[in-house]
Design a protein around this ligand. Structure first.
Ligand code: ATP
Ligand code: MG
Length: 563
């Protein structure tokens, strides 16, 4: 394969170049990809993975895989395992840098005590409702809580009792003491620890207080000596708190400067899919799909089963780039990148998806011979393979018309076509059943016209159709996948994304395939000529009986529909 082109410059690369020029980090680039293990990774995460791991690779740095597992609820080992598998599948390696935020709970707790001691945090005992009332609005400042001026001793005592399990959930919270009148609501004394009597998947019942995400995340970054902490734009308003917190903790001796720098970029929004974890979970739990790795799911596990490739993801993330401008990318852009990547590598094979018999009446019964087809038209070095030819073939039903419409060059009575890589045949008629459905097409072949022989071009024809020998074909299950949703922004108009599910997102057929496809190993991709790219399903294929998933058609059939 060709070496990928150098990645395009973007504002984050420019910033790193500046840092390297000024010597801010001594040339160090240390990033992290910090998923919360509460769902499977999706196509949006791929953007963040390529960005963070890509920067580390290109600048000779490291990228950590960090499970941001500070929330005791909704986190599961199944998600941890699938995340690891998907990041590896995309081709990235974190070396020894696999971390769990919950391993830092002791440090986070110590940081909180030190903030209390320095007068930067206090225990508030307002109810959640009261706290909302004190918070103010975008246009009005908030008000100080009556508990805001508790003494350091009282705060410390209460916080320790919170930790010791002496209070029920919600009785108190620890808050940063910043400024209730700040124009940035995130600085109006944000909560940093809450009481939650819940078992954590890693720390068990050791804790009944848990740090808030906005408090935990900067500390995680600082502990791991992250240089560039890259996140999506919705955290922009949190950056002042990120800096406020790490500054105070550096003053308190916990961390040394320079401190990690938060940098925001625009998340990936793709049409025709949903990326919210809540919606993805709903699709799985309500069985609108067969599971997290259903080939129609916008998860990385689904993408892999669908036959999308890491190289296709690389091309896509390179193409869309990284910026601060939010926007939507049309799904066809993603599909085009996947198609291009597969076009370069997928061997060509013949598949008849909607078979009808073609009988060559003047070809001897019981005889067969080999025809030769290139494995890749643009890569002759990949050679040719033999395809058996015989008296009865499978062809596509749509390649025959009893009464041809104008401009139809394929089979109809009296017309000749080339059987691709084989002979020219002349159609003589067809058989029908009682309902008038065509059961077989008849033709005669012209013995001197075999492809690759000197007489091949002696007869000129306009049509060229594909076929497989009926006696040799591999009859296989093929799943024709299409988009899971029929609208560009599912649910945008109705508020009900499930109402926009595409009822035709999968069609399971029995196809007749070229015999060698029997030996396809799971995850092998092919171009089925004239049809598209297909992959041997990695879950349902058995040795000798692979089943195939359509990854993407050769052409985009949604252009018109979307326009
Ligand atoms: P939530 O936090 O609501 O559970 P999330 O989508 O933010 O969902 P995380 O597991 O926190 O999920 O995400 C891990 C990383 O992936 C974060 O750094 C986040 O910014 C990034 N990420 C998530 N969704 C996208 C997206 N659509 N485009 C780019 N990056 C994303
Ligand atoms: Mg998140």
């Amino acid at each position: 394969m060709n070496t990928p082109p150098a990645p395009a410059a973007n504002f984050i690369r420019n910033l790193i170049d500046e840092h390297n020029a000024s010597g801010k980090w001594g040339g160090r680039v240390e990033t992290r990809f910090p998923p919360e293990p509460n769902g499977y990774l999706h196509l949006g995460h791929a953007k963040s993975i390529f960005l963070n791991f890509g920067l580390a690779r290109d600048y000779g740095g490291v990228c950590h895989l960090r499970f941001d597992d500070t929330n005791p609820e909704k986190e599961e080992q199944e998600y941890v395992d699938s995340i690891i598998e998907s990041v590896k599948w995309l081709g990235f390696d974190w070396g020894p840098h696999l971390y769990y935020a919950s391993d830092y709970f002791d440090t986070m707790y110590a940081c909180a005590e030190s903030l209390i001691q320095a007068g930067h945090a206090y225990v508030d005992s307002l109810t959640a409702d009261e706290m909302r009332g004190y918070r103010g609005t975008l246009t009005e400042p908030g008000k100080d809580s009556p508990y805001r001026n508790r003494s350091v001793e009282e705060n410390l005592d209460l916080f320790r009792k919170m930790r010791a399990g002496e209070f029920p959930d919600g009785a108190h919270v620890l808050r940063a003491k910043i400024d209730m009148a700040s124009p940035n609501i995130n600085l109006r004394d944000p909560a940093i620890y809450r009481i939650k009597h819940a078992t954590h998947h890693n720390t068990g019942d050791k804790w009944c207080i848990y740090p808030m995400y906005t408090y935990a995340h900067p500390i995680e970054d600082a502990i791991e000596h992250i240089t560039h902490s890259i996140c999506t734009l919705e955290f922009e308003d949190q950056r002042p708190f990120y800096d406020w917190l790490l500054d105070r903790l550096a003053d308190g001796g916990f961390f040394t400067r320079p401190l990690p720098q938060q940098i925001e970029f625009a998340r990936l929004n793709l049409t025709y899919i949903v990326l919210s974890k809540r919606k993805l979970i709903q699709l799985v739990e309500e069985q609108h799909v067969s599971g997290w790795d259903d080939p129609r799911m916008p998860t990385l596990a689904g993408a892999r089963r669908r036959g999308y490739t890491p190289e296709g993801f690389r091309r896509f993330t390179d193409q869309i780039g990284v910026s601060k401008a939010d926007g939507w990318i049309d799904y066809s852009v993603f599909e085009a990148c996947q198609r291009d990547a597969l076009n370069d590598t997928a061997p060509r094979r013949i598949a008849v998806l909607d078979p009808v018999k073609l009988v060559i009446d003047n070809y001897p019964e019981g005889q067969s011979e080999d025809c030769f087809a290139p494995n890749h038209p643009q890569q002759p070095e990949l050679g040719k393979r033999a395809i058996p030819f015989s008296r009865e073939l499978w062809i596509e039903r749509e390649d025959f018309e009893e009464t041809p419409p104008k401009g139809y060059f394929r089979l109809y009575p009296g017309n000749s076509v080339r059987l691709r890589y084989g002979y020219v045949v002349k159609c003589t008629g067809c058989d029908k059943d009682a309902d008038g459905r065509i059961t077989a097409v008849h033709c005669d072949y012209l013995p001197d016209t075999k492809s690759g022989t000197p007489g091949a071009d002696s007869v000129k024809v306009k049509g060229n159709i594909h076929w497989v020998s009926a006696a040799h074909a591999y009859a296989a299950e093929v799943r024709l996948y299409d988009r899971l949703f029929k609208t560009a922004q599912p649910g945008a108009e109705t508020g009900n994304f499930l109402g926009d599910l595409n009822a035709d997102s999968v069609k399971v057929i029995r196809a007749q395939l070229e015999p060698c496809l029997r030996d396809a190993v799971p995850e092998a991709s092919f171009q089925f000529e004239r049809h598209g790219y297909f992959v041997a399903d990695r879950v349902d294929s058995k040795p000798g009986t692979p089943v195939f998933n359509r990854t993407v058609a050769l052409k985009d059939s949604w252009v018109k529909a979307a326009g």
